[in-house]
Design a protein around this ligand. Structure first.
Ligand code: GDD
Ligand code: MN
Length: 362
């Protein structure tokens, strides 16, 4: 039984940890936080999107032993940014930190970050890999370095007050700053910090402190083609002052990528002397295959056999009609290129409908 005297006060710092398929990292991060946050009243909220590897089970085990640990499990939904937003909304401290669940961010910097905001040096403090003392060597490979650098360059072009590492996923801020900007956040993709910084008024004080981005020991990155497209879409949405919402831009981006991949396979097929029909069939099949790899998890299909099979079957229907239509267009006098592009375009619209539909049914 609790009475007024024994009720504890709330935490000073809430640590939000988005996680997906991180079962091997949950406890390691908790123990790292225990060490790093000595002297601070804190809570940690792991936000998991019903990971197939049972990540949440490990969180619940911890929360049975330590009431500072909480788990927020989302069902049939995916996304790092939206996971962070919901984690923040379910937290209770006046100061909030966001840190990845895979130990790539340096939790020992948290108390310094908290001090900066508490002593009013800034409203948001960003863990930065690109100021003196910081390092990005933990990025998996050259391709990730290239993407990260280009992404930073692009983001800096559209930000009113650019910072050195707008792509960081490691930051700490005052609760009210986040809540005030909530309606303006897109909540899509990975770049929640950039989303927040672009929403904040000019007078918001931002500070960067260096940290060394570690390499991953367990599991793998979830950054994929769709996340990259969402990033470009988010920048475009901000640049056009929300005239073109992200949902529209990311569908458009997917259609354009799909058509290009289909067309490229078609051209390659012709080059190795396949017939135009076979080439278009291979292009359509390849595009659908890539699409299903990306979307099987995103639409929550991996847990539902019948739904998954129906999705695959309907993808094949799309491949069939794409090829049939292209053949018809060739026969009606259109050039190979025109026929292939139109067939691929309609094939992608079909595919977009499928993912929207399967994503929406439970
Ligand atoms: N709940 C949830 N849902 N969590 C997710 C999802 C999702 O759909 N996707 C990724 N996460 C979690 C991961 O489990 C991990 O804890 C964290 O978000 C970062 O995801 P990674 O897949 O490890 O991303 P990364 O290492 O390639 O990139 C990260 O670090 C960069 C440098 O700071 C991200 O934070 C990038 O935004 C950041 O630029
Ligand atoms: Mn990572």
């Amino acid at each position: 039984m609790c009475n007024a005297e024994t009720v504890e006060h709330g935490p000073e710092l809430s640590v939000i940890v988005p996680c997906y398929n991180e079962h091997g990292n949950i406890k390691l991060l908790y123990h790292a936080l225990l060490k790093a946050l000595i002297g601070i009243d804190w809570e940690v909220i792991y936000v998991d999107d019903n990971s197939p590897d049972d990540t949440m089970h490990h969180v619940w085990e911890l929360s049975q032993k330590d009431r500072r640990v909480r788990g927020l499990m989302r069902f049939d939904r995916r996304g790092l940014s939206s996971a962070v937003i919901e984690g923040v909304l379910s937290s209770s401290a006046p100061y909030i930190a966001v840190i990845d669940g895979d130990l790539q961010h340096d939790e020992t910097k948290l108390s310094e970050m908290l001090d900066s905001v508490k002593q009013r040096h800034c409203d948001i403090v960003v863990g930065s890999r690109h100021i003196e003392g910081g390092q990005a060597t933990g990025l998996a490979n050259r391709w990730r370095h290239f993407l990260s650098n280009k992404g930073i360059w692009l983001a800096q072009r559209v930000m009113p007050k650019p910072i050195k590492d707008p792509m960081s996923g490691f930051f700490l801020f005052k609760r009210e700053i986040f809540i005030q900007q909530l309606p303006k956040l897109s909540g899509k993709g990975f770049k929640i910090l950039l989303d927040l910084l672009m929403a904040c008024p000019a007078e918001t004080k931002i500070k960067e402190i260096p940290f060394q981005f570690r390499s991953r020991n367990f599991g793998k990155s979830k950054l994929d083609l769709q996340v990259m497209i969402q990033f470009i879409g988010m920048l475009l949405q901000k640049l056009t002052k929300n005239q073109f919402p992200l949902a529209f831009l990311s569908s458009l981006g997917m259609v354009i990528c799909g058509v290009l991949i289909n067309f490229l396979c078609f051209k390659l097929g012709l080059r190795v002397k396949f017939t135009p029909m076979v080439s278009q069939f291979i292009g359509a099949l390849g595009t659908s295959y890539l699409g299903t790899i990306i979307y099987t998890h995103k639409c929550g299909l991996h847990q539902k056999k019948f739904k998954k099979l129906s999705f695959y079957a309907l993808c094949l229907v799309g491949v069939y009609f794409n090829t049939k239509l292209t053949l018809y267009l060739f026969q009606s006098g259109l050039s190979f290129n025109q026929g292939s592009l139109i067939g691929a375009g309609l094939g992608m619209i079909w595919f977009e409908w499928l993912i929207a539909y399967f994503g929406s049914i439970r």
